[in-house]
Design a protein around this ligand. Structure first.
Ligand code: FAD
Length: 370
């Protein structure tokens, strides 16, 4: 039986799907990318583009555009009830030369990925949701909401936390969810430092601020209203976007079944503390593209390699994220004491910040898959 002319169908045109399509198209793989939405997202959602993502996107031209448009972070300030307890200055030249942690709204990152993809002749097809999926030893066949049937050699489900691909594979999504909603606000602020990420532990709960370029800031926290809790001297202007969300930590038991793989939020979700969500999906996309290219050349075991390698990395981060979030949100006496001491220790032990940043930004493991 001859192989289908479509080599890879990608379901979902979020950052994970777009990055996978880009990495595959650059390898000369015949790819289509479909999305059930009417068009691209317009909201800022994930902001942090980390050094590992910039490294993976370097050859695509997208990394330079992110660096050109985004806001680099040179200081991380930790405060307690209004008083600074540590000022951490990551040395990007040592940790990831030329690739500082950069803040850019997710909608803009997706636009840059889509433009690079369009340069290779591939465009996301909107209004085309996956509604059914079957596979044989040789191919996968899906039905789309617009009535089309598509056959391909491989499928990547990058269709987000409520993934229809994951449901079609019959996979669980075990984990837990918090009851307390976190608040998220994008707001113009005067009087705040432009290159500084800040976390303040307040009696009312944590308050995290991240700068976009151009005087707009993301505020994340829980508890009482966030804006009245901003540091002294910061003056909030118009609110541009706000949303409430509940934090979940979930990990799929396997990231591939036969010719179908999962990536990004379809396979793992966790809190935004650490800013890894979108970045982890782009890492998945990069590794999937390398393994899919080998699979299309006859070695289908490479899809199982993808699943094994990425499950280990992704599950480890979900676990770390759960611990970090519990620490940041925790209000017990020992945790409150640790919040005062931990930043001081981090700032005073040589190499500790570098190590923590490398781990948090995916620089602690190779991207090649053996
Ligand atoms: C309000 C909000 C704020 C966030 N803030 C942060 C943050 O500060 N930091 C951070 O790291 N992360 C944050 N995240 C998470 C981050 O946005 C995700 O981790 C990231 O978008 C995951 O990318 P993805 O491509 O895997 O999935 P998604 O971005 O969810 O993309 C999935 C795509 O699949 C499509 N789709 C769904 N079902 C189907 C179907 N059946 N057929 C075809 N297409 C389908 C969807 O339309 C969508 O375009 C936030 C998320 C939200 C919602």
């Amino acid at each position: 039986m001859s192989a289908p002319s479509l080599q890879v169908l990608i379901v979902g045109a979020g950052p994970t799907g777009l990055a996978a399509a880009l990495f595959l198209a650059r390898r000369g793989v015949a790819v289509r990318i479909v999305d059930e939405a009417a068009g691209p997202t317009t909201t800022s959602k994930a902001l942090a583009v980390n050094p590992r993502t910039l490294e993976l996107l370097a050859d695509t031209g997208v990394a330079d555009r992110v660096l050109g448009e985004g806001q680099r972070i040179d200081t991380i300030r930790v405060a307690h009830q209004g008083r600074t307890t540590a000022t951490l200055r990551p040395c990007w030249d040592r940790i990831a030369p030329g690739r500082p942690m950069t803040i850019l709204p997710q909608a803009r990152t997706e636009t840059l990925l889509a433009e690079a993809l369009a340069d290779l002749g591939v465009r996301p097809e909107y209004g085309a949701g996956l509604t059914g999926l079957t596979q044989t030893a040789d191919s996968i066949t899906v039905t789309l909401s617009r009535g089309e049937t598509v056959t391909a050699s491989l499928l990547l489900g990058a269709d987000g936390a409520h993934s229809e691909t994951r449901h079609a594979l019959g996979l669980d999504f075990p984990g837990d969810a918090s009851d307390e909603p976190w608040h998220l606000i994008d707001v113009a602020i005067e009087g705040a430092p432009q290159d500084e990420a800040r976390i303040e532990f307040q009696r009312a709960g944590p308050l995290i601020t991240l700068p976009f370029s151009g005087g707009v800031f993301r505020i994340i926290g829980f508890g009482a209203d966030l804006l009245p809790r901003l540091p002294a001297g910061w003056k909030a202007g118009p609110v541009l976007w706000q949303s409430d969300f509940k934090v979940s930590h979930r990990m799929v038991p396997t990231m591939a079944v036969g010719r179908v793989a999962l990536a990004g939020d379809a396979a793992h979700i966790h809190s935004p503390i650490g800013g890894r969500g979108m970045n982890l999906g782009i890492e998945d996309a990069f590794v999937f593209a390398a393994c899919a290219a080998d699979a299309l050349n006859g070695d289908l075991s490479r899809i199982a390699d993808y699943a094994r390698v990425r499950h280990a990395v992704d599950a480890a981060w979900v676990k770390t994220s759960r611990g970090l979030t519990g620490f940041v949100a925790g209000q017990s006496l020992p945790v409150r004491a640790l919040k005062r001491i931990a930043p001081l220790i981090a700032a005073s032990v040589p190499g500790l910040i570098d190590q923590a940043l490398k781990r948090g930004m995916g620089l602690d493991h190779p991207t090649a898959v053996r």
